[in-house]
Design a protein around this ligand. Structure first.
Ligand code: ITT
Length: 198
């Protein structure tokens, strides 16, 4: 099986990508294992998940000479006009503080009635091969934003997001439950389907 480098530095994503791909027909290695310098970071200047995902995968493919898969993802909240969107990691500032980001979303949604609290997580995975060919897959999960954080599992915005058809947040689910319905699970399943056996 061909080795694929996961371009992400986000530990929550790495854990989930490992859990999900270990059950699919391909496996990934970390940036560290592939020898990517720890301080290397792609400037996420794109305005879409697709653009940022592609930039991250191409950078890591170029550095390692190996196939690379990148995940660009975020939370899209209807009542906030689609924010935080592609700015999800740095919504409350450049330091990637998950707790501050969640707090800002809840604060900006104060007073928004239940039926207008709809949101979705989006994940775009891009696989880029050394020959330059690329495969792009988008996964989403619909849900709503609650008024106070609940749960300890997962990462990022999980404690404030309840997926459609459930009454628990992603942070109140096991990893297996979340991965079975999540944007990341859906995007990686779509990638496997597109690629067949890689
Ligand atoms: P890399 O660029 O190194 O992959 P990052 O955290 O900067 O890591 P993004 O730019 O794609 O990645 O930002 C995505 C943010 O969206 C992430 O930091 C979380 O806050 C949020 N997010 C994405 N997927 C999530 C999930 O499954 N659960 C909760 N929050 C999530």
């Amino acid at each position: 099986m061909e080795k694929i480098v996961a371009a992400t530095q986000n530990k929550g994503k790495i854990r989930e990508i490992d859990e999900i791909t270990s059950k699919l027909g391909f496996s990934v290695i970390s940036r560290e294992e592939a020898g990517v310098p720890e301080d290397f970071d792609t400037d996420e200047t794109g305005t879409t998940f697709e653009e940022n995902s592609q930039m991250k995968a191409e950078d890591i493919m170029r550095i390692t000479g190996m196939s690379a898969v990148a995940d660009d993802s975020g939370l899209v909240v209807d009542a906030l006009g689609g924010e935080p969107g592609v700015y999800s990691a740095r919504y409350a500032g450049e330091d990637h503080d998950d707790a501050a980001n969640r707090k800002l979303v809840l604060q900006r949604m104060e007073g928004v009635p239940e039926e207008e609290r709809t949101a979705r997580f989006v994940c775009v995975v891009t696989l880029v091969r050394p020959d330059g060919s690329k495969t792009v897959c988008r996964g989403t999960v619909e849900g709503h934003i609650i008024e106070e954080e609940r749960g300890e599992n997962g990462f990022g915005y999980d404690p404030i997001f309840v997926p459609e058809g459930y009454d628990r947040t992603f942070a109140e689910m096991t990893a297996e439950e979340k991965n079975g319905i999540s944007h990341r699970g859906n995007a990686l399943k779509a990638l496997e389907e597109k690629l067949g056996n890689i």
